[in-house]
Ligand binder design. Structure first.
Ligand SMILES: *Cc1c(COP(=O)(O)O)cnc(C)c1O
Length: 377
């Protein structure tokens, strides 16, 4: 099916569709990835992390599809994201906000029905005050720092928080959580250190279920699963563990159109800064996507796109709206105005592009932007 999409595309001639690029998001593959993760963590439940517009893929399409697949726990990073997500989901779904509260937004948060992740004593007090003002019980997740030093209640505040939790009847704690810093590296000792700390916290707050593992954490084994896992990247087809075969199905495919081709002699300078100079007669194509479309400038003279499974290297600098590739290895006339080349697909994974760009799959996905024509399948 994945290949089928490419064949459709590449048989298209100039003008069909006419977009500069096509971002194809396979919602059936997304659903199968959810199923796979849910089976992996059972009897724990699998949530879905849909922050940053579902890692750039469109939370408005992704979240309802995952709901249909049985997902009932959705995590975003910010309150604003929860506001757009909430109306797309039925009342039995929960929307959690990882960054918690900002000073002054607690009443709006409470009224919206979102569940904040309480990361500090300040967050707790703010949420308790909103509960008092509104005269009702409010739900919350308590996050603890177990070694990442990013978000969550630090060890020295745990006893104080435990006292506050005992004294407060108006906050209903749904989960206690923490986040792994090195879960994509299965051999890293920090994973078991953080798990040991999370086990101690669970013993201090025995009445609350545990929410711990992200995508990588899920594949560290049962001991990391708790009651609820929080996969993000694995849902979208990214590899959960570095250096291991990716068990997930690709969800995203990106094809970009050729806007111009040319044949140039040896010694021709290509692109901004003239950073590339041809060494022989060369055929070039310029494609209609650049760093404004999430193909980082660090791909300049690195990385490639594919046509008929053949690698076509990027030559010279990546521009804002275009990239020039060397197409000399292709038969003449194979690529012309409007032809599509594969940027992400069966020959080039997200991880391939991320590696060439010196970044991670997450950054590639969340940067893809709004200029491609999006097709959901
Ligand atoms: C982003 C995030 C996740 C999802 O992580 P993946 O590695 O994409 O699975 C889970 N938990 C927290 C706290 C996060 O910030």
């Amino acid at each position: 099916m994945y290949i089928g999409i490419q064949e459709d595309r590449q048989s298209e001639t100039t003008g069909t569709g006419g977009a500069s690029g096509y971002l194809t998001i396979d919602l059936a593959a997304l659903a199968r990835n959810y199923e796979k993760l849910a089976a992996e963590v059972a009897p724990a439940r699998a949530a879905a992390v849909v922050k940053a517009d579902a890692y750039g893929l469109g939370a408005d399409r992704v979240a309802p599809r995952l709901y249909a697949q049985g997902c009932r726990h959705f995590f975003v990073a910010q309150f604003g994201e929860s506001l757009s997500l909430r109306p797309l989901l039925a009342a039995d779904a929960s929307v959690f906000v990882l960054n918690g509260l900002q000073p002054g937004n607690e009443l709006a948060c409470a009224r919206s029905g979102m569940v904040p992740v309480i990361n500090s004593l300040d967050h707790w007090r703010q949420w308790a005050s909103a509960a008092r003002t509104l005269g009702r019980t409010l739900p919350a997740v308590l996050q603890f720092d177990t070694g990442m030093s990013r978000l969550g209640v630090p060890a020295e505040d745990r006893a104080t928080l435990a006292d506050l939790v005992k004294a407060e009847s108006r906050i209903e704690v749904l989960f206690i959580m923490s986040h792994l810093a090195c879960a994509d590296d299965a051999d890293n000792d920090q994973n078991s250190d953080q798990r040991a700390e999370m086990d101690r916290i669970a013993a201090e707050f025995p009445e609350f279920p545990v929410c711990f593992a992200n995508s990588g954490g899920i594949f560290l084994g049962n001991a990391y699963h708790g009651a609820l896992c929080r996969p993000g990247i694995a849902l979208y087809g990214g590899a959960p563990t570095e250096g291991r075969a990716n068990p997930m199905e690709p969800v995203v495919r990106l094809d970009v159109a050729v806007v111009q081709t040319r044949s140039v002699p040896a010694g021709t300078r290509v692109g901004y800064g003239a950073s590339h100079v041809t060494t022989g007669q060369t055929r070039l194509a310029t494609i209609a996507a650049g760093y404004a479309d999430g193909l980082p400038r660090s791909l300049s003279s690195r990385g490639a796109v594919y046509c008929d499974g053949i690698r076509l290297p990027v030559v010279g600098r990546v521009s804002m709206d275009s990239i020039t590739i060397d197409i000399s290895v292709l038969p003449e006339g194979r690529l012309k105005l409007g032809s599509l080349v594969e940027v992400l697909g069966p020959h080039q994974t997200l991880e391939d592009v991320a590696r060439d760009a010196g970044t991670i799959s997450y950054e590639i996905l969340t940067s893809l932007g709004q200029r491609y024509e999006r097709q959901y399948r």
